[in-house]
Ligand binder design. Structure first.
Ligand code: ATP
Ligand code: MG
Ligand code: MG
Ligand code: MG
Length: 483
């Protein structure tokens, strides 16, 4: 029978340990020493200073299974969750890293051996990409030839552009081309391009026919100043990232991450609580709950608490989305902490901090659901009334003032209001909402009603704009992109 996700995680770390890599624990989801980043969103985040040479480690090779969250900020996969088979808010990124040690040849050979030998994925279902050369940077012929040397057929090595196959730490700092490994899941999978009468873009397409499983970043250049020419690094480095959930899905022969053992245990708990079986077709709400319960478990155990600002507000939005989906499924009792408890039970062996924080995490979840449940019904009623008014006036967008009122009085995060409206064929005037938020911030600032309220609104605004744009930190929020 196929490897479980735990076995895959262990196989990966062991594979790289046997090849001279130090096994390093996942860093917390709240990045230490990096105020520009909302959450840890890639394996390389904890090694950023090692790559730039500011920090020295006693091992020049490392391997990790890194907790990642991509919700809020610039790397935001929140809206995809439950609707694509491959995006989560929380996921585990397996990675191997070389700090000026080995480079492209070894990184490519390692990855190919792991995928085809250790995991035994069939070569005929794999394809790889290399950088095609753009914006004055030469194409990555070296990587092309190295993949070919591994036995990858030349027509399965595709050249892709800047967006997918070039990575930069920021406007300045290390950067370089990438190679991605893709797995062919099947051409019978629906594709938006095809639905629009165009051909599927294959590996370059956003659809799930070809699934990106692993990204290899070749850090070989450095940019000293913004827009300055690239200088070759004397000691190039390697940073790779492979999503465990996606690897598990292809290894276990599933087309959805939710059908892997990582999610089955959580979905079965949801389904037990709801009293209905989980199915792919009608299962979006259950998937959202399963995904969001993992984010909640890990974020809270890493010290984030639901609040109205910054990271806490992202967490609150995630939790309230899940709670509302529970309510849609007919769950009228507190349920969210029960699902989170299952996550803790299933994931504690790999991440012992979950077990240590269990009581606290469950208490925070209970409390958040209690609070939100108190206003959920009344808020929903207000949205219904708003829709009735829109129908009368023939308009399609709920006004910013009403979205703001729902936010302030009923604790309905703006994105939740928007989702509910969109589900019913309407929309929310978010520009109007943010204007209301700014007005409120100014009022508090000049009315002297306390720094706390002002901070909270500014922090929410900063989360919308991305912390770097709002606070003007260096780095411009490119952190972790591409890996
Ligand atoms: P995609 O194009 O599918 O959004 P990506 O190119 O944004 O993925 P990378 O930044 O290259 O992803 O991250 C490295 C790996 O992490 C990916 O190859 C994938 O396996 C995994 N991954 C990325 N985003 C997610 C997510 N939201 N949920 C689960 N796995 C993810
Ligand atoms: Mg992405
Ligand atoms: Mg991609
Ligand atoms: Mg990628």
């Amino acid at each position: 029978s196929a490897l479980t996700a735990s076995q895959i995680r262990e196989a990966f770390l062991k594979f790289f340990e046997e090849r001279g890599h130090r096994r390093v624990a996942s860093s917390p989801l709240v990045p230490q020493n990096d105020p520009t980043l909302l959450f840890t969103n890639a394996g390389m985040v904890q090694f950023k200073d090692v790559f730039t040479g500011r920090e020295k480690r006693d091992s020049s090779r490392a391997t990790t299974s890194q907790k990642c969250v991509r919700a809020g900020g610039k790397h935001n996969d929140l809206d995809n969750v439950g609707y694509t088979a491959r995006h989560h808010t929380f996921f585990e990124m397996l990675g191997n890293f070389s700090f000026g040690d080995y480079f492209k040849a070894e990184a490519i050979a390692f990855a190919w051996e792991f995928v085809t030998k250790t995991l035994g994925l069939p070569v005929e279902r794999l394809a790889v990409t290399v950088f095609n050369g753009e914006q004055g940077v030469p194409w990555d012929e070296e990587a092309f030839e190295l993949w070919a040397k591994q036995g990858v057929s030349r027509d399965r090595i595709l050249k892709l552009g800047y967006k997918d196959n070039f990575w930069a730490m920021g406007d300045t700092g290390p950067c370089g081309p990438c190679s991605e490994i893709h797995f062919h899941q099947g051409d019978d999978i629906p594709c938006a391009e095809v639905a629009a009468g165009k051909p599927c873009q294959g590996v370059a397409c956003d659809c799930d026919r070809w699934l990106e499983i692993w990204n290899l970043v070749f850090m070989q250049f450095e940019r000293k100043e913004k827009d300055a020419p690239l200088i070759p690094l004397p000691k190039p480095s390697i940073d790779t990232g492979a999503g465990l959930e996606r690897i598990a899905s292809v290894v276990q022969g599933k087309r959805s991450n939710y059908d892997t053992d990582l999610f089955q245990g959580i979905l079965s708990r949801v389904s037990e609580l709801v009293g209905k079986p989980y199915t792919q077709e009608g299962g979006a709400s259950m998937r959202v709950i399963a995904d969001h319960s993992r984010s909640a478990a890990f974020l809270i155990s890493d010290g984030v608490q639901p609040s109205n600002e910054g990271r806490g507000y992202v967490l609150r939005r995630i939790m309230r989305r899940a709670i509302r989906h529970g309510s849609l499924l007919g769950l009228s009792e507190l349920f969210f902490f029960k699902v989170v408890d299952r996550v803790i039970e299933l994931m504690s062996d790999a991440y012992p901090e979950l077990r240590e924080g269990r009581t606290f995490v469950l208490e925070v979840c209970r409390h958040e659901e209690e609070t939100f449940r108190r206003t959920l019904d009344r808020g929903m009623k207000l949205i219904d009334e708003g829709i009735a008014k829109l129908n009368q006036s023939g308009e399609k967008k709920l006004s910013g003032a009403e979205v703001f009122y729902l936010h302030g009085t009923y604790g309905f995060p703006w994105d939740l209001t928007q989702i509910i409206l969109r589900e019913r064929g309407y929309d929310a005037d978010l520009d109007g909402f943010w204007k209301e938020m700014e007005k409120e911030a100014d009022k508090n600032k000049f009315g002297g009603s306390g720094d706390k309220a002002v901070n909270s609104i500014y922090q929410t605004l900063s989360e919308r704009l991305g912390p770097s744009e709002f606070l003007g930190y260096e780095g411009e929020g490119h952190e972790g992109e591409g890996s």
